[in-house]
Design a protein around this ligand. Sequence first.
Ligand code: ADP
Ligand code: GLC
Length: 488
Amino acid sequence: MTLCVLHVAAEMYPLLKTGGLADVVGALPPAQTQLGTNARVILPAFPAVIGGLTQIQHVADLGPAFGIDNVRLERGLLEPHGIVVYVVRADAFYDRPGNPYFDSSHNQYADSDRRFALLGWAAARVATGADPAWKPHILHAHDWHAGLAPAYLRAHARASGKPHVPCVITVHNLAYQGVFPASEFRYLQLPVDFFSVDGVEFYGHLSFLKAGLFYADRITTVSPTYSHEIQTHAQGAGLDGLLRTRTHDISGILNGVDQTVWNPAIDTLIDTRYSLAKFSGKAKCKAALQDRVGLARDDGALLFGVVSRLTEQKGIDLLLSAIPDIVQRGGQLVVLGTGDAALENGLKNAAQAHPQSIAVVLGFDETLSHSIIAGSDVVMVPSRFEPCGLTQLYALAYGSLPLVHSVGGLADTVTDASLENLADDVSTGFVFHHFNRVSLVAAIRRAFALKQRRPEWKAVVRRAMTQDFGWEASALRYVDVYRELVAI
Ligand code: ADP
Ligand code: GLC
């Protein structure tokens, strides 16, 4: 019998994306389907989601919930893979312009607890038979937005006297927990005793992520190193105690690269396509990028690129401190990002001070993100912490050497161009170990030094481009986790 899994998430590429979560939810279900698992996805019916699906049809009326008169479940298809996507229709919650989490003034929506409780509740309804034509064996929740789904499954099992549908939660980022006032609990349609330390309660508040971590049967994180980090006091964000009690249920499974989207040989968003065999296109991508963002057209200038949310996590403050070192050495930097006003201003000021060498584009721009990954010599990811990180994986595939802080998934995927690693033929980029300027600048200097040694630089680029971070291996590991829970 085919194993069926329902992924529950807030975003999915190419329908709607604010970060790497969307890339994973867009790529993992097709990879699983290719390997023989029947994977479907359920999302809130945001306008961009509805707009990107074809053949949308009504599945079921789920009735009144969370103040919505009638929650409707619909189903559509996402081309080109033909993945079936369920959408939860509750226009008062989801039919709002812009970002799914913030209003136009960048404030969190006041009713996000109910908006995402509804997602988890509707997912549990699908898992327990709301679609007469399909029922999953496993529910797979992603991040806090889906964190209540496992709680609703337990509540349903208790009420029906049947065993609960097994569920897995993937932690993409422990820093976002979905914490709300305890007074909101009464709106969530959960049994009263679920508001407990053995349940959804978290230091007197309500936590969606804690609920997921408590009620899910298995927990995965998006890299092996992160699975260990989150069990420490330093990086456990208050949840390390709970996570340590579940240590045998936790696995770290590295994210992959969707090679239909991030592949320089077929990428239609970049200036010139290239591959290892036909590498001249990469220099053209660099020149096109310099032109596009207004940097001096100079093939000899080492070009550093950043594509990132501008938040504390991403270490942009540290990057700002190293800008003089890049400029003094004749390097260039291009940053594409959006986020904290202070970081945006710091970057803008740097660009104004060095217009030939520093370019900053504030906003979210899928096309420019590909141009930067392709056109840069070095892609920087100086994050304080990084559950997996995808841009360094894309950089490897494009032969743009990643420069990363040695944490989480960054530590698992990049090998430093130290002398001994170069001698052993294992280098794929630049890694700094201490989150401070001295350590970052030393890695930047290694990048400049390696660029002077053309054959060695080329060898590292070759090794980067031949790394295999396709989804297949990871998709198989998720199936192993599912198979521990269902005997099919
Ligand atoms: P995170 O999910 O923490 O933001 P990841 O590295 O896993 O970090 O994924 C980030 C994804 O979002 C990548 O696909 C990256 O290219 C994309 N991205 C981030 N910021 C922007 C932006 N300003 N414009 C376009 N794409 C962006
Ligand atoms: C999160 C993490 C990032 C990870 C992504 C996809 O947003 O910050 O490290 O790559 O999720 O799993």
